[in-house]
Design a protein around this ligand. Structure first.
Ligand code: NAG
Ligand code: NAG
Ligand code: ZN
Length: 459
């Protein structure tokens, strides 16, 4: 394994000496045009019509993965023994797990494995129901293609390509942030805080009245590639806040808001082009690709729930912050403000508002404050759209997972109000949530964010 590993690394270094040279923090230059071009040579990266670099590597030669005949089942796990049966099936690659909690889990099963799984479940008296009977059909239906002419016309009319009735590619989301910075230069500003494994920029939009000494709130989405509802929801929130900034409350306007809609841009693009259900980043260091960015943060890294094998979906990486994506976020947060008060990381799915700790079934000393604000957020979400969100400490409510961004934000960065919010749904569609759910889900996400922002401003 060591040799294969070094060979891959060497190949990467030799092939891609042509690395990106943009500075780590780049302030936005509003003189430049907002036009964002997609190059014919897909390896080039363009910003504002200027080539800023080339991808270090691409996944383009891979064939698109089909999930034809795959099914999603919800299993009822009312005993430890039943959970063990599922873990064994997972470790033997007979199924993969999606969302779940301590008593229920959704599993993805390929067609050839359906009968084996059914037999094992029956033997162990595990009840299940089929949620999706052909996952590829659900994938084909979730994101209606844009009409290119209408898209072009819309882009010309509004100055960007973003809409909230479909899931957009990375360039549309980044182009939208640039557009807002040009349109609202007094309070919107774009930062490129680093780049991904393959060289894509990590773009943050700050919304702030610019007063020095403001308390700050961090918001991210898209850390897991397949959770498409999260970049869409963060984009919706940004759109809403930028367009209505003057009518936000004094508390909301007293904060510096930092939004990173796509924390895992390589994975996000890969989920669009090649494998819709990809989760990790695209790090190639071993015999399997990808590190789970939400197991790679440095607080209690490497404990329960963080995978040690690079082939696992929850592989924690070679060390804390081994990935450029998490390292860039850490560096940016540590040098940007002394006044971080809250952090919101949007994930999907399951409809939960979770606070630390994730690494173990414990809670921080001020957990009652976290619980109270989370309950207020859940109420606001229910008032927004009627949906229920479950509140609790992460490991207690779901399962222990160390190396998460929320534990690091709380444990190392000492941000008081630190949450992971699992957006819709409850498993009806899981990760393949149709685009028609973007607006209602994003309204909930915004309602929760306002409550957490008010609490942060009051600290
Ligand atoms: C769980 O498994 C253990 C050992 O495999 C067995 O002794 C025990 O009876 C099982 N419990 C239940 C509730 O099935
Ligand atoms: C776990 O998930 C199941 C199915 O989605 C749900 O019915 C149950 O209420 C959940 N339990 C908790 C503690 O959230
Ligand atoms: Zn996630």
């Amino acid at each position: 394994m060591k040799t294969a590993c070094s060979l891959v690394l060497l190949t990467v270094i030799v092939l891609f000496v042509d690395v990106l040279t943009h500075p780590t923090v780049e302030t936005f230059d509003s003189e430049k045009s907002v036009a964002k071009e997609v190059s014919n040579d897909k390896k080039d990266i363009y910003e504002f019509g200027v080539k800023i670099g080339s991808l270090k590597e691409t996944d383009e030669t891979e064939e698109k993965k089909s999930y034809k005949g795959y099914q999603l089942w919800k299993l009822n796990l009312d005993s430890q023994n039943k959970s063990k049966v599922v873990i064994t099936l997972k470790n033997n690659n007979v199924l993969s797990t999606w969302g779940g909690n301590r008593t229920s889990i959704d599993v993805l099963i390929s067609r050839p494995n359906l009968r084996t799984v059914q037999r094992r479940l029956d033997e162990n008296l595990i009840n299940y129901k089929v949620l999706i009977d052909d996952v590829q059909e659900a994938i084909d239906d979730e994101n209606p293609p844009l009409n290119p002419e209408e898209d072009e016309e819309l882009a010309n009319r509004q100055g960007h390509r973003m809409t909230f009735d479909s899931y957009h590619r990375l360039s549309d989301i980044h182009g939208f942030l640039d557009y807002l910075a040009v349109t609202y230069p007094t309070y919107c500003k774009v930062y490129v805080i680093g780049s991904s494994v393959q060289g894509r920029p990590l773009k943050v939009l700050r919304i702030s009245n610019g007063n020095s000494g403001n308390k700050a709130v961090w918001v991210d989405g898209g850390m897991h590639a397949r959770e498409w509802i999260t970049p869409a929801s963060v984009s919706y929130i940004i759109n809403h806040m930028a367009h209505n900034y003057d009518s936000e409350t004094h508390a909301i306007r007293s904060l510096d808001w930092y939004f990173l809609p796509v924390a895992n841009p390589d994975g996000y693009e890969y989920a669009h082009t090649t494998d819709r259900l990809w989760r990790k980043n695209r790090a190639r260091g071993g015999y399997c690709t990808g590190t789970d960015l939400n197991r790679n943060y440095g607080y209690r890294w490497g404990g329960a729930g963080g995978g040690k094998n690079p082939c696992q979906e929850t592989y924690a990486g070679t060390g804390p912050f081994s990935e450029p994506e998490t390292a860039a976020i850490k560096d940016f947060l540590q040098r940007t403000s002394q006044q971080w008060r809250a952090s919101i990381s949007y994930h999907s799915y399951g409809q939960y508002i979770l606070y630390p700790w994730g690494y173990d079934r414990k809670v921080p000393p001020d957990w009652t404050d976290l619980q109270k604000v989370a309950e207020q957020a859940a109420t606001a979400m229910r008032q927004a759209t009627g949906q229920y969100y479950t509140v609790g400490a992460a490991a207690n409510t779901l399962y222990p997972a160390s190396g998460g961004s929320d534990d690091w934000a709380k444990g190392t960065m000492k941000m008081k109000y630190t949450y992971t919010i699992e957006l819709r749904d409850n498993g009806r569609y899981g990760f393949v949530l149709p685009a028609s759910y973007i607006v209602p889900t994003a309204k909930e996400a915004l309602a929760a964010l306002r409550v957490i922002g008010e609490a942060a401003a009051a600290t």
